[in-house]
Design a protein around this ligand. Structure first.
Ligand SMILES: *Cc1c(COP(=O)(O)O)cnc(C)c1O
Length: 361
């Protein structure tokens, strides 16, 4: 038995143990074919069946209607930062971006390569706490081709508790919150996510695109980033990231087995509540996000005495709690507690934080 490890990495993040075990078992011999799923043609009937099943499982989990295409794309989350404007923003067009943290800011920077991007709302701080500007104070443009936002800011630990209201296509970067809670897909024009937080291995991105928004990609859009073309080709215009797609499919099956999104949402809420409650009741640790907007996936926290950061991290690692170092732009610690993190992982973390506090307060 290897010792129990809990990996709090923000991404690539841990995958469910059960999924990794299935993958291991099938690694060199998939479906008794005598070879790995990554060694077979993506056009063969077995792989095509796997690909369709993964798409259907995702549709079931998120309740995605036929009005939407579900695309398995290359290039991760940042690939979509470019794909969205290439497909949706006309030459000389405008779009509105809502800034709430470092990922929406990166999306803005990429978007600006393609046209006029307005900052509809800038990052917002209230009494030293990270927050979200109320929508009533946003400056949305009538001319915007779409409104882009990031429902969960992985680095900053800021999460929307509402879906923005707009009559324009709403585009959401759900890289770090997709499948973590129930959402009404029909409110969105495009939902996209890099896979390595809640879906599977890095490199893959899922794009859920309302079909009427496809077919107007700018000339010059690389074929592999053209939503309409990818949709016509069942996401196989070229060779897709087949192994990542396979693993994503296993994760979707695992989620169904857990009882679907509503069941995992309840566990996610319990995990986040346990951790934030502990932090709020301690004078030793603190979190710097307005409570209403605290992320249930990424929990940044600081030690009051920052000179203890290095000791905290090395002692955590000794007891099997990995990758708790905060992002360099925020500092302190960050516990990423995606779907694959069991409640027991958060319990062990809280116990460790308690005993570290006792030893060092
Ligand atoms: C991780 C992440 C990305 C970037 O994903 P890559 O696959 O590395 O390009 C984008 N947006 C959010 C919200 C993320 O968490």
């Amino acid at each position: 038995m290897t010792k129990q490890i809990y990996n709090f990495c923000a991404g690539p993040a841990m995958l469910p143990q059960d999924v990794m075990q299935i993958a291991q078992k099938e690694f060199v011999n998939w479906k008794d074919m005598g070879c790995s799923v990554m060694e077979v043609s993506h056009r063969g009937k077995d792989y095509v069946a796997l690909a369709h099943e993964a798409e259907q499982d995702l549709r079931d989990l998120m309740n995605i209607s036929d009005e939407y295409a579900v695309l398995f794309m290359h290039g991760g989350g940042r690939g979509q930062f470019a794909s969205v404007p290439m497909n949706l923003l006309p030459e000389n067009g405008e779009a509105d971006y809502v800034l709430t943290g470092s990922w929406s800011k990166s999306a803005l920077t990429e978007g600006r390569k393609f046209g006029q991007i307005n900052v509809a709302a800038d990052m917002h701080v209230e009494n030293g706490m990270r927050s979200i500007l109320p929508q009533s104070e946003w400056k949305l443009s009538d001319k915007a081709a779409y409104v882009h936002y990031c429902p969960n800011e992985t680095v900053d630990g800021v999460e929307f508790d509402f879906i923005p209201e707009t009559d324009k296509p709403l585009v959401a970067d759900m890289s770090s919150c997709i499948l973590s809670q129930e959402i009404d897909v029909s409110k969105f024009g495009i939902i996209y996510a890099g896979a390595q937080k809640n879906i599977g291995p890095s490199g893959l991105a899922i794009a859920i695109v309302r079909k009427d928004l496809m077919g107007n990609a700018r000339s010059g859009t690389p074929s592999i980033f053209d939503y309409a073309l990818q949709n016509q080709n069942d996401s196989m215009f070229n060779t897709p990231p087949t192994y990542a797609w396979y693993l994503a499919g296993l994760v979707f099956k695992w989620l169904k087995k857990q009882g679907g999104i509503s069941a995992i949402q309840a566990i996610n809420a319990a995990k986040a509540e346990m951790l934030y409650n502990f932090i709020d009741n301690s004078d030793f640790y603190h979190n710097q996000v307005v409570s209403r907007y605290r992320s249930k996936m990424n929990v940044p926290f600081m030690l009051k005495d920052e000179s203890l950061n290095a000791v905290f991290l090395s002692e955590a690692e000794k007891v099997g709690l990995l990758a708790l170092k905060g992002h360099r732009s925020v500092g302190g610690m960050r516990a990423s507690i995606y779907n694959a993190m069991p409640l027991s992982g958060v319990e062990v973390l809280v116990k460790f934080m308690q005993s570290f506090e006792k030893a060092h307060a």
